[in-house]
Design a protein around this ligand. Structure first.
Ligand code: CA
Length: 224
């Protein structure tokens, strides 16, 4: 069902906006339309499932919008390109975007691409990864699609937990695998790191506490 899927359309040409609106609404999507990169950056974090992003925009162009969004989120993005030289640059981005469609396009093609992207993004993830996404190359952990602002020790601790959800690690094990130079009071150091990870997660969703504390044993990631 697409009924609850919200799509943000970023396109400065009213005719194309209208074509997309009709095609998406008739397929059950909820849409919001903005006409500039600036307006997109104001509202993109308001719970959309996908962004359709035109490259050729006045002011901040689609490439810069894409780069800004990707610093914080892995939200699916479908790019609209007008010229061949844009396609070259899109390919150069090496999948920073999830897909692209060149103009002129058929509305049916757009809808099919969007359904594929949404299916892929909801089925290829395991349960843990639905909540956490770990980009090991860039050393970023995303929680519910948003990057967690973690210090190096916080990042390494959470990465350790993510490798083995449901396993409880003692403070000593955490210190051994994460810290480069062991600290004297490792209990306190580990507790502080855990407290900070929890705070970062709470900033994104205060209802969830995926970290498990087992008294007298240690910490780990709850099995979901
Ligand atoms: Ca345009």
């Amino acid at each position: 069902m697409n009924l609850s899927k919200k799509i943000l359309i970023v396109e400065d040409e009213p005719g194309i906006q209208e074509t997309l609106r009709i095609a998406l609404e008739s397929n059950g999507f909820l849409i919001q339309q903005v006409y500039s990169g600036e307006d997109c950056l104001k509202i993109w974090e308001e719970g959309f499932h996908l962004i359709i992003l035109d490259i050729g925009l006045p002011g901040i162009d689609g490439f810069d919008v894409l780069k800004t969004v990707r610093k914080k989120s892995q939200i699916p993005i479908l790019l609209l390109t007008a010229r061949d030289n844009e396609v070259d640059r899109v390919l150069g981005l090496e999948l920073e975007a999830d897909d692209y469609v060149s103009k002129p396009f058929s509305p049916r093609e757009i809808v099919a691409r969007i359904k594929t992207i949404l299916r892929r993004s909801s089925t290829t993830l395991s349960k843990e990864e639905d909540i956490f996404l770990h980009d090991e190359g860039k050393k970023i952990i995303f929680f519910q699609g948003k990057s967690l602002a973690l210090s190096p020790y916080e990042y390494k601790t959470l990465a350790l937990f993510l490798k083995r959800p449901g396993i409880i690690f003692t403070r000593e094990e955490i210190m051994d695998s994460v810290w480069t130079t062991p600290e004297d009071s490792f209990d306190r150091a580990v507790d502080t790191v855990i407290k900070n990870i929890r705070a970062r997660i709470k900033e994104i969703n205060s209802d969830l506490d995926p970290i498990e504390t087992r008294r007298g044993q240690g910490y780990g990631l709850k099995e979901i």
